[in-house]
Design a protein around this ligand. Structure first.
Ligand SMILES: *Cc1c(COP(=O)(O)O)cnc(C)c1O
Length: 390
């Protein structure tokens, strides 16, 4: 074998029987082969397991999919290149022209954009209600066929809580699927409810370091099987190296999530007692209007705390600029604490009435708690509140 040939066929290294790495290797390979043509044909006919082309399956991605399915309490999972990619691909795979989606004002902006701008072009309509509008939900589900109900809980940014048992029961009775963006609550929550499809951004709590994008769709095997072919050609495949980083991040998921929740509660309590603050949105506070529902549905209340400043928009600007430890940028679940104000959250697609329903005011601030020492965070927020009030 000449050297230009050799560099393209390097010597294989296989572990001897009984010898294994504790951390699975990154299968950074697009292609996989079988021993001969008939084995390949068997694989393509679905008669033998294996991998062939990473866009439709990769062992590193598969390990992540199996772990996430187990964490969320479902049979199977598909990982994608980003959270919004998971939402887009799931909605494209689950709907067809003429279908109707019921969704909510209190939701992640890009998901609404997807329905309003993209799905609408393919004849998929949607109705936008408040997650708190129980009568409206019953009316829509009772008056015409609904393909799916798409929702979040706690909602972004003001942490309203969906009554998941009631919502899934009503959807099921009407023959609609439920699709829940469970990014805020995390993989260890809400699995006991009859949600058909969970979507997650892995960019947040899964990686934990804020250095990699990823998404996941988690559901029973039959639904994942139905979506798998479409996902393969939509092409938003997670890179195996990103899957490896996310698997690594997940090792500390529970420890991080709970530490961040403890900081969120401490900051929420601090805000609730401060005269410059008119409202605090954190489901872990007994004063949260849906605290009892949250306590029934959740084990941990999340790491997002939103609040309104008495001084409105100018105060929120002063507050955000005075913070030193909180980076002024969106997202959540990273080691660094983060802050966004109403101007940055921007819900430009909502009209005035919908904006009022959303609960976001010009003085609304959203904090995402990181992994810093809580005493430092308290000191930083206390100083910024003083600056906001001045
Ligand atoms: C961030 C986020 C997404 C989108 O995830 P990306 O990985 O950034 O594409 C979807 N839903 C929620 C609730 C999010 O916070």
């Amino acid at each position: 074998m000449k050297k230009p040939t050799r560099v393209n066929h390097p010597p294989p290294v296989e572990l001897p029987p009984g010898n294994r790495p504790l951390v699975a290797p990154i299968y950074q390979s697009v292609k996989f082969e079988f021993e001969d043509l008939s084995a390949t044909e068997q694989f393509l006919r679905g008669e033998r397991p294996g991998f062939f082309y990473t866009r439709s399956g990769n062992p590193t991605n598969r390990q992540l999919e199996r772990l996430l399915a187990e964490l969320q309490g479902r049979e199977d999972c598909l990982v994608t290149a980003s959270g919004i990619g998971a939402i887009a691909q799931a909605l494209l795979a689950l709907t067809k022209s003429g279908d109707h989606i019921l969704t909510f004002i209190e939701s992640y902006n890009p998901a609404r954009h997807l329905m309003r701008r993209l799905l609408a072009r393919f004849g998929v309509r949607h109705t936008l209600l408040s997650i708190a509008d129980t009568a409206g939900i019953e009316r829509v589900l009772g008056s015409e066929p609904v393909r799916l109900v798409y929702f979040e809980s706690p909602t972004n940014p003001i942490t309203r809580i969906a009554d998941i048992a009631a919502l899934t029961r009503a959807a099921r009775a009407a023959g609609a699927l439920t699709v829940m963006d469970n990014t805020f609550a995390g993989f260890h929550q809400h699995g006991e409810f009859e949600v058909d499809v969970f979507v997650h951004s892995l960019t947040k709590y899964a990686s934990g370091a804020g250095d990699v994008l990823g998404g996941a769709v988690i559901a029973r095997a039959e639904l994942i099987r139905a979506m798998h072919g479409d996902f393969g050609v939509l092409g938003g495949t997670l890179d195996p190296h990103a899957a490896f980083l996310i698997l690594r991040g997940l090792k500390s998921y529970f420890v991080r999530y709970r530490a961040q929740c403890a900081s969120a509660l401490a900051i929420a309590q601090l805000l609730a007692a401060h005269p410059a603050v008119t409202r605090v949105h954190y489901p872990g506070l007994p004063a949260h209007p849906q605290h009892a529902l949250a306590a029934r549905q959740m084990r941990d209340f999340g790491t997002i705390v939103s609040f309104d400043l008495e001084g409105g928009e100018p105060a929120s600007r002063r507050f955000a600029d005075a913070l030193e430890l909180f980076a002024l940028t969106p997202s959540l679940g990273s080691g660094e604490s983060l802050v966004v104000t109403a101007h940055i959250m921007g819900a430009r697609d909502l009209d005035a009435a919908q904006r009022a329903v959303s609960g976001v005011t010009p003085g609304t601030v959203r904090l995402s708690l990181g992994l810093e020492d809580v005493d430092d965070l308290i000191e930083d927020v206390t100083r910024a509140l003083a600056a906001a009030g001045s």
